[in-house]
Design a protein around this ligand. Structure first.
Ligand SMILES: Cc1cc2nc3c(=O)[nH]c(=O)nc-3n(C[C@H](O)[C@H](O)[C@H](O)COP(=O)(O)OP(=O)(O)OC[C@H]3O[C@@H](n4cnc5c(N)ncnc54)[C@H](O)[C@@H]3O)c2cc1C
Length: 436
């Protein structure tokens, strides 16, 4: 490790921390070492050495993955990219930022805002997660309903391949179609095809939000139907976040539960007429509709939903997406699954793009997840596919959904994807056992 020139650690406490991500999944054993490269050359050197010794490499950003994707077990070396965290340049006239992978997502957005631009993808973890981790998981977020997921903002990548070769994919222009889209292939590849060491990202001029509306409903099904009514009225909100009764109760102290059994937080940026139209549509069936609250505290409460649920017990965090028109049907079936398996499920959703997070609260922290919770999760995945959706809308496959990925894409595509993996990683040492 010393030969790479990078700092590294084999301290037991550090290895214990880097062994886990935020999914609760635990690998066997602890990694061999954690390396903290500061330069591309150091990453190349680590990967060259790993190829010689056949050592598994687990790239890591902030470790906020919810799938086991950044967890690292026995025999692996963790390549922690958090110290490669420079915003190299922001070219405002081109609408482009060039960054290292360890930049924190919110820091890039703030730097872009300083020149009148924004970095659109905003996962709820944006104050913690890194751009490299967002790229590797193709992270979504709140305003992705209108401005797209991470893939829609990645123009080009610098990637160190297994064996240490550096490639530069894509381009620094807003358009470009030469060759196969390797940039798109690396986005969402969960560290299984290469290590992202640099990114050229698209920045945008986003209008300032016009209105942030808190609409309460008697139950989650009515709230889900209201979010679909927005789409039917041809209103394109920046975000439409849905929180069910169990989630609102977990957010005790915010006062959000008092107006109804489910809440939709809708933000628009298309001017006063659009905002008034949205209020009118959301008012149907609502117990309360307010647009005079403090948007920042409303969104902060939404971003606190997952940590608040985590305090209730050991969570099994799911992440299905369904066609938007099927949202109400999906929440109805999830409530039924919760009843039949006698497991509490808190459901929150990026309703604007049909992405639901049913979170099964599966027992006390540290206790094993009961079979009933796994059976409920299995039914939820089955439900997503039945409704024409997917088993992961934004968190990725990691270790937890590999079996379901195979069911979703079928044997032919699964075999093709495995062949792609072996083209990029013939020794099978890049984040093995993850993603596919
Ligand atoms: C409270 C909370 C809220 C969340 N909200 C959202 C949300 O709204 N939307 C969403 O999509 N996700 C969300 N997540 C999940 C998580 O934050 C995202 O998946 C995020 O993109 C992970 O970034 P990270 O830097 O923590 O990556 P890590 O967890 O460190 O890594 C994630 C994956 O990317 C790989 N990886 C990391 N860096 C690189 C690199 N440079 N090159 C190659 N591979 C790499 C890892 O090997 C791993 O497979 C949330 C998580 C938490 C804890």
């Amino acid at each position: 490790m010393a030969a790479t020139g990078a700092e590294w650690s084999t301290d037991a406490a550090v290895l214990g921390e880097k062994r886990l991500d935020r999914s609760g999944w635990e690998p066997d054993g602890r990694p061999l070492a954690v390396v903290y490269p500061r330069t591309v050359e150091q990453v190349r050197s680590v990967l060259r050495g790993a190829a010689v010794t056949r050592t598994p490499v687990v790239p890591r950003g902030a470790g906020t993955a919810l799938t086991g994707g950044s967890a690292a077990g026995a025999g692996a070396v963790v390549v922690d990219l958090a110290r490669m965290n420079r915003i190299v340049e922001i070219r405002a006239a081109d609408g482009v930022a060039v960054v290292e992978p360890g930049v924190i997502t919110a820091d890039l957005d703030r730097a872009a805002a300083a020149v009148g631009l924004r970095y659109a993808p905003d996962p709820a973890s944006l104050e913690l997660s890194t751009i490299g981790g967002n790229i590797a998981t193709n992270a979504g977020g709140l305003r992705c309903a209108k401005y797209g997921v991470t893939r829609d903002s990645v123009l080009g990548l610098d990637v160190v391949l297994a064996g240490g070769t550096l490639i530069n994919t894509g381009r620094g222009t807003l358009k470009g179609v030469a060759g196969y889209d390797l940039t798109g292939l690396f986005v969402g590849s969960e560290g299984t095809l290469g290590v992202v060491v640099g990114a050229t990202l698209r920045l945008r001029t986003l209008p300032a939000p016009t209105a942030t509306i808190a609409a309460s409903y008697p139950d989650v099904e009515t709230a889900a139907a209201a979010s679909v009514a927005l789409a039917e009225a041809r209103i394109q909100p920046v975000m439409a976040e849905l929180l069910d009764e169990a989630t609102l109760s977990a957010l005790a102290g915010t006062g959000l539960r008092q107006d109804g059994g489910a809440l939709l937080i809708v933000q628009t940026d298309g001017g006063d007429d659009e905002a008034a139209h949205a209020v009118a549509v959301l008012s149907r069936g609502a117990t309360s509709v307010r647009s005079d609250g403090d948007p920042d505290s409303l969104l902060a409460a939404r971003r606190q939903a997952l940590p608040a649920i985590e305090r209730l017990g050991r969570p099994l965090i799911e992440d299905i997406a369904v066609p938007r028109s099927q949202l109400a049907s999906a929440v109805r079936s999830i409530a039924d699954i919760s009843r039949r398996h006698a497991v509490p499920i808190c459901t929150l959703a990026h309703a604007g793009d049909g992405n639901l997070h049913p979170i099964i609260v599966a027992g006390s922290p540290g206790s094993p997840i009961p079979d009933s919770a796994h059976r409920a999760a299995d039914e939820i995945f089955g439900l997503a596919l039945e409704l024409g959706g997917t088993v992961t809308g934004e968190h990725g496959v990691g270790v937890l959904k590999r079996e379901w990925l195979a069911r979703e894409i079928g044997p032919v595509q699964h075999a093709l994807q495995q062949q792609i993996k072996s083209v990029f990683d013939p020794l099978g040492i890049l984040n093995p056992g993850k993603g596919i």
